[in-house]
Write a protein that binds this ligand. Structure first.
Ligand SMILES: [Zn+2]
Length: 269
């Protein structure tokens, strides 16, 4: 799964080398400020309009030149054209994100306007709809806006939606499920959700959403023994919660959330 066009080549190459990997191409909300909705962006005007509070000239000077969003969209479309199994992701909205200092990487006071994030996000949803590809969505402190924008574009489409490392409330999840039914999936990782095991267990037991809509995920930047044990741990937590709820065996749930559901999610529309 890529986060911005700088990772597209590496993603494509890795997936070409490993037949069991599926490529995802997108712009993560942590990178949305680097893309301009203007064709030929003026650096200062672009960053002044998408970053709050308005950044000073010194900060702007240290940011890279903005890339026209149209160019990134063209690159994603070309990659989806070349690879019929590729998905769109990771995309989304994040109200808690703060821009890191370009040199020290420490988080600054600067955030990206929701309006700009929505612009980038909806442009990417349109691509998913055009190509009928599933999407992986990141949402932090923005579920109302995320649901509103996603509904506008994907309701009654054939695009399957995964809300990754879902951290919203039961009420929020039910709103997504009521709107999208079997089109929406909720995935959970040990890295984000497993650390609050009680909360995840309570969510799964009480949400009333069928187990066919849940997936396990690593949400990890690397693959290794830690990733595998994290996947086992989150699968274990989820299986215990759902087996007692649905009156079935741990093995039945584990198979469903780790194997069967991902096949349904990925199945071509
Ligand atoms: Zn994410």
């Amino acid at each position: 799964m890529s986060s911005h066009p700088g990772e597209f080549d590496a993603t494509r190459q890795l997936c070409a080398e490993h037949i069991n990997l599926i490529a995802c191409y997108g712009i993560h909300p942590w990178y949305s400020h680097l893309f301009s909705v203007e064709g030929d962006p003026d650096k200062k005007r672009h960053y002044s309009s998408v970053i709050v509070p308005p950044p000073d000239d010194q900060f702007i000077a240290r940011l890279p030149a903005a890339v026209p969003l149209e160019d990134a969209i063209g690159a994603i479309k070309a990659l989806l054209d070349q690879d019929s199994s590729a998905l769109v992701g990771e995309i989304g909205l994040d109200r808690a994100f703060r821009i890191p200092d370009p040199d020290t990487k420490k988080l600054t006071q600067y955030t990206v306007t929701l309006e700009h994030q929505v612009h980038v996000y909806t442009a990417l949803l349109q691509i998913a709809k055009q190509f009928s590809r599933p999407v992986s969505i990141h949402g932090v402190k923005s579920h109302n806006e995320l649901l509103t924008q996603t509904t506008k574009i994907l309701k009654d489409s054939d695009v399957r939606i995964d809300l990754h490392s879902f951290g919203g409330s039961i009420e929020t999840a039910v709103r997504w499920y009521t709107t999208f039914k079997k089109q929406v999936y909720f995935s959970f990782s040990y890295a984000i959700n497993g650390r609050r095991e009680r909360q995840l267990t309570d969510f799964l037991r009480n949400c009333g959403i069928p187990a066919t809509q849940f997936l396990t995920e690593s949400d990890s930047p690397k693959w290794g023994s830690d990733t595998i044990s994290d996947l086992r741990r989150v699968c274990d937590i989820m299986s215990h919660a759902l087996a007692s709820r649905d009156n079935c065996t741990l093995e039945q749930v584990a198979r469903l959330i780790s194997l069967k559901n991902i096949e349904t999610f990925l199945a071509s529309a």
